[in-house]
Ligand binder design. Sequence first.
Ligand SMILES: Nc1ncnc2c1ncn2[C@@H]1O[C@H](COP(=O)(O)OP(=O)(O)OP(=O)(O)O)[C@@H](O)[C@H]1O
Ligand SMILES: [Mg+2]
Length: 177
Amino acid sequence: MATTDEKVDAKPNILITGTPGAGKSYLCERLSDQLKLKWLDCSKIAKENNFVEEYDDEYDCPILDEDKLMDYLEPLMQQGGNIVEYHGCDFFPERWFEAVFVVTCSNTILFDRLKERGYNEKKLKSNLECEIFGTVLEEARDSYKPDIVVELKGDTKLDAEQSLKTVKNWYRAWKRK
Ligand SMILES: Nc1ncnc2c1ncn2[C@@H]1O[C@H](COP(=O)(O)OP(=O)(O)OP(=O)(O)O)[C@@H](O)[C@H]1O
Ligand SMILES: [Mg+2]
């Protein structure tokens, strides 16, 4: 049985997902700082550790080796206290996350952000379509219990402030449970 101290120290794992450029890192950076959680940016981890199966020339992006990434994350997830960031969410074990936040962004703003990144035409179009069709939100609702999936707006700094509040309120409520 957990002692009182263990309960006080316990920290949840949360997932921040959404279309590339929607504003996940922007939120994760602030959340990890304010809530003292460890930010695990899966794209960065995959790149640093070469968890890459092959390279997709058409879309100009690496294809993730999901198994290698999950073997890397498993021990960290068992400790708790992580914010996992990734633009997909259907392959992680459901048991890992106490909450799943999906950052969404309006098309025009996302277009500008991705254009600024220098995405090629095909990559830009496919990511915009992903956002227009609400693909990641649907993926999250299909992969996790719908009541733990929460949408966060990522358009403006004001949206980000509200989104930070939403996650922090969720965190406080979780700690009180
Ligand atoms: N709420 C916001 N208000 C204003 N600018 C934002 C906001 N969120 C993100 N941005 C800006 O948009 C750009 C993309 O944001 P960010 O890197 O957070 O996207 P991401 O979802 O993490 O993308 P990726 O999937 O590639 O990791 C950055 O330049 C960031 O500063
Ligand atoms: Mg990011």
